[in-house]
Design a protein around this ligand. Structure first.
Ligand SMILES: Cc1cc2nc3c(=O)[nH]c(=O)nc-3n(C[C@H](O)[C@H](O)[C@H](O)COP(=O)(O)O)c2cc1C
Length: 124
């Protein structure tokens, strides 16, 4: 499996408010197609492996429409802007969705986290 790669760019910084900060990624593969959705991902940065949740979508809950590729890295709180990362798209959990409130989005992301952690427990 070939990994995707890209550089970490500044997002809207809303993720931090939500309790799920994300590294927003500018993909090197400009023609890359990752179907919109939420995935378990394994990534490498500075030669270290990490696990996390990948989101690809337009962030419809925030009324945005441009594709965003973001990763919430588990157990991680360093600033990594400008750093190159590589990641594998391992398992799709669900599609992109519009929620009626930020609270509902956060509740769903908490469920995603439980599902993805369970995936890693049985698959790593
Ligand atoms: C695991 C995960 C799942 C997400 N699912 C959705 C979703 O279904 N719908 C949506 O509008 N945004 C979703 N988001 C995106 C959040 O809206 C986004 O992280 C937030 O807007 C912060 O963006 P920022 O990093 O540019 O500030 C998800 C984010 C994560 C980490």
């Amino acid at each position: 499996m070939t990994p995707f790669s890209g550089i970490v760019i500044h997002g809207l910084k809303r993720g931090k408010e939500f309790g799920f900060p994300t590294a927003n990624i500018l993909l090197d593969q400009t023609d890359a197609t990752i179907e919109p959705g939420v995935y378990a991902t394994e990534l490498t940065l500075d030669n270290e492996k990490h696990q996390g949740m990948l989101y690809v979508g337009t962030r419809p809950t925030l009324n945005l429409s441009k594709r965003s590729v973001e990763i919430h890295i588990f157990n991680f709180n360093r600033s990594i802007y400008g750093i190159q990362i590589q990641f594998y798209v391992l398992k799709k959990i669900r599609g992109d969705q519009r929620f009626n409130s930020i609270e509902e989005l956060i509740a769903q992301i908490e469920n995603d986290q439980a599902a993805i952690k369970a995936f890693f427990e049985t698959n790593s």
